[in-house]
Design a protein around this ligand. Structure first.
Ligand SMILES: [Cu+2]
Length: 177
């Protein structure tokens, strides 16, 4: 996990450093100052759930830590495993929880954005490969300030280990309180 986060951080730094237009907006000079001023987001515990091979869509969840003083926004995602990746939120409509597509999700300064079942998630639409427990899928996140961050998503079995990490998971299936 730490290796993944470190890799993502390094990748983000290399991408932002390769975007001179953005750097020039904030810094009239000194190309080396980009590292100090740009976000380093730490993405960890990225996971998805195994699905039957015929399932057309899946979802990815994770925590995104932002230790800097600058808020960021998650603007999108892409994965080679899905034709379309969308940012989704869950909203309550009476007793029903619905998913809605959102254009961006805030990552608060010195805070954490948590994508979890029953909340924000990344919807993987039109899966090109089945999601098999124990395997991984690649995901690229696009942030407003941090740029692109590559993440490796662990695919977990549907019955093991996920309930403790995500108590909200059962929410949609139990309407009786
Ligand atoms: Cu969704």
């Amino acid at each position: 996990m730490r290796l993944t986060a470190l890799t993502a951080s390094l990748f983000a730094l290399s991408i932002t450093a390769a975007l001179p237009s953005y750097a020039e907006q904030e810094h009239q000079h000194a190309t080396h100052s980009t590292e100090a001023s740009h976000n380093t987001l730490n993405v960890h515990t990225a996971w998805s759930r195994e699905l039957p091979p015929t399932a057309p869509v899946g979802a990815a969840f994770m925590s995104i830590d932002n230790p800097s003083d600058q808020a960021d926004r998650l603007l999108g995602a892409s994965s080679s495993i899905a034709a379309i990746s969308e940012l989704h939120a869950h909203i309550h409509q009476g007793d029903v929880m619905r998913m809605v597509k959102v254009d961006a999700i805030d990552v608060p300064a010195q805070g954490t954005l948590i994508l979890e079942p029953g909340g924000y998630h990344i919807m993987l639409i039109d899966l090109k490969k089945p999601l098999i427990a124990g395997e991984q899928l690649p995901l690229t996140l696009q942030f407003e300030h941090a740029g692109k961050v590559d993440v490796i998503v662990d695919i977990k079995s549907s019955d093991a280990g996920t309930s403790a990490a995500s108590p909200a998971m059962d929410h949609s299936e139990h309407s009786n309180h």
